[in-house]
Design a protein around this ligand. Structure first.
Ligand SMILES: *[C@@H]1O[C@H](CO)[C@@H](O)[C@H](O)[C@H]1NC(C)=O
Ligand SMILES: *[C@@H]1O[C@H](CO)[C@@H](O)[C@H](O)[C@H]1NC(C)=O
Ligand SMILES: *[C@@H]1O[C@H](CO)[C@@H](O)[C@H](O)[C@H]1NC(C)=O
Ligand SMILES: *[C@@H]1O[C@H](CO)[C@@H](O)[C@H](O)[C@H]1NC(C)=O
Length: 297
């Protein structure tokens, strides 16, 4: 009992000192930093392997998550990199960012190794998952991550993170023409998004209109639909679809009033085609009559 308490104390002391070192020397050269971290990491790993040795385990871990799995997350969102391990053999799980040179150790066991609160290990013992959570995803987070188990020999899988930029798109943009008195219906779709927005605001020019009388806004997983009954010329102008977590989109709405509807050019066109139809049938009838006259001779 006393021994295990002491172990816990030593363990805590170890991590506290690591963090202190990290904070006290923030401008230490990266290489030196890495060597120091790696050395502590190795020594800890060797201790674990001694434990493994005593228990007689030598084999590598068995991963349930497929090697080279790809994960997509949008900028500002949360990335979840899976690492389900069935047989861990008392090894310690670490996440390493391969993109950096030298690679950065992000987490060891359940602890975050670097001074960045965006990284967390999501461990659910019953699910055997040691997933890496990256919060507030940045474009520079894209790349390859290694989930490594310190068994002997070391085994690992690679997970690729792709970072997208979510954006809104309004169907029919940039210009929409509708008749006065008809229904104005705008559909805003999210592209490249991995997370449902908390809200989608609709603006007419500079004013938010979600709660205006006569306006209804309905949302599902990837769309927000704005409806406005009986549009009139006061509804002309620029409409913006503004999701909480994506680049906004715009559309220019042109409400055509009664006089503009009756387009004189279109009427002229209709008349001229009527004339040519009449002419065509007239000639056809004349030809048939002549044909009969010739046959009856
Ligand atoms: C650490 O380095 C950064 C730039 O690399 C600099 O802006 C900062 O002032 C430095 N901090 C200390 C404590 O030297
Ligand atoms: C996963 O793929 C990497 C690179 O292809 C390889 O080095 C590693 O051994 C693989 N891991 C397993 C468990 O097969
Ligand atoms: C529409 O309004 C938004 C926000 O006011 C503005 O950024 C955008 O440039 C406008 N678009 C057009 C085509 O006027
Ligand atoms: C139709 O629109 C034009 C220009 O927008 C305006 O001058 C005219 O008064 C409008 N007519 C009606 C009937 O609203």
């Amino acid at each position: 009992m006393a021994l295990s308490f002491r172990n816990i104390f030593v363990f805590k002391l170890f991590f506290t000192s690591l963090f202190l070192l990290g904070y006290v020397e923030p401008n230490i050269s990266k290489n030196h930093d890495y060597t120091r971290l790696k050395r502590s990491y190795e020594s800890r790993r060797n201790k674990d392997q001694m434990g493994n040795h005593l228990k007689g385990h030598h084999s590598g871990a068995i991963f349930i998550t497929e090697n080279s799995t790809s994960v997509v997350a949008q900028i500002g969102g949360t990335a979840k990199l899976p690492c389900v391990i069935r047989k861990i053999n008392n090894g310690v799980v670490s996440w390493i960012r391969k993109e950096d040179s030298p690679p950065t150790i992000l987490t060891v066991g359940l602890a975050t190794y670097i001074a960045d609160e965006r990284y967390l290990v999501e461990h659910a013992r019953h699910l055997q998952n040691w997933g890496l959570i990256i919060k507030h995803v940045k474009p520079s987070d894209a790349g390859v991550y290694e989930c490594q188990v310190s068994t002997h020999p070391t085994t690992s899988i690679l997970i690729r993170l792709k970072v997208t930029e979510a954006s809104a798109e309004i169907v029919g943009a940039p210009d929409l023409h509708i008749k006065a008195g008809s229904l104005l219906r705008l559909v805003c779709t999210l592209r490249q998004s991995t997370e449902i927005p908390e809200y989608v605001f609709w603006y007419h020019e500079q004013r938010m209109i979600n709660h205006d009388p006569g306006v209804s806004v309905e949302a599902d997983k990837s769309n927000s639909v704005l409806q406005l009954n009986e549009a009139d010329t006061s509804h002309n102008g620029n409409y913006t679809c503004y999701p909480s977590n994506a680049i906004p989109a715009y559309i220019n709405v042109h409400v055509l009033n009664a006089t503009e509807e009756e387009n004189p050019a279109a009427m002229l066109h209709a008349n001229s085609s009527d004339v040519s139809h009449a002419l065509f049938f007239g000639i056809l009838v004349a030809v048939i009559i002549n044909l009969f006259a010739v046959l009856n001779r």
